[in-house]
Design a protein around this ligand. Structure first.
Ligand SMILES: [Zn+2]
Length: 188
């Protein structure tokens, strides 16, 4: 399959979104790639996806589309192709649907400063390009999960792996006021 629109007109040299940057590019919903293209235009910086284009280095393991039976993500994960995400979530087990493509990406834009990282999050919220944004300040590379989920919801994962609704109060309590846990430990 080759209907995924990997734009070739990204204005910055060398920053075309390439299928080579993903493990299963043909299994990613084209809408995801289009939104990611818009996101990168908005941010104006290079973004890093599953792998480098030569596939010699992994930035985000299982960061694009994954097999419906993969154990790398939860049962109803939007990373999975080939499942009915809503039915799988409702029933707590995999409900297959071969027409469905992966609807999530994990990525980063090589930001090391926590405040700058949060600003990127705010820009994305304002843009409304993604229905759901997961913020991962303790990944090896500070990064984001973005997806086309049905309900708008934003969250972050703290240094011990607990998930919290993204509010300023939560972020301050679980990330900013835990400088001892920063810079991040390996965690993806
Ligand atoms: Zn993800």
């Amino acid at each position: 399959m080759s209907n995924t629109p990997y734009p070739s007109n990204w204005p910055y040299t060398g920053n075309v979104i390439s299928p080579d940057e993903f493990t299963f590019p043909e299994k990613i919903d084209p809408v995801v790639i289009a939104r990611m293209y818009e996101t990168r235009m908005l941010l104006g910086v290079p973004c890093y996806f599953t792998t480098n284009t030569r596939q010699t280095f992994t930035y985000h393991p299982h960061g694009d589309a994954v097999d419906p039976d993969s154990t790398s993500h939860s049962v109803a994960s939007l990373h999975k192709w080939g499942i009915d995400h809503q039915a799988s979530k409702a029933q707590g087990h995999t409900v297959y649907d071969s027409d469905v493509l992966g609807q999530a990406l994990d990525w980063d834009c090589n930001i090391l400063d926590l405040d700058d990282f949060f600003d990127v999050y705010l820009k994305m919220v304002q843009s409304q390009l993604w229905n759901r944004i997961g913020v991962y300040p303790f990944w090896h590379r500070l990064g984001f999960h973005t997806d086309l989920g049905y309900n708008k919801y934003n969250w972050f994962r703290d240094s011990v792996g607990d998930y919290h609704t993204m509010t300023w109060k939560n972020w301050k309590q679980h990330v900013i006021l835990h400088p001892a846990t920063f810079p991040n430990k390996e965690n993806s």
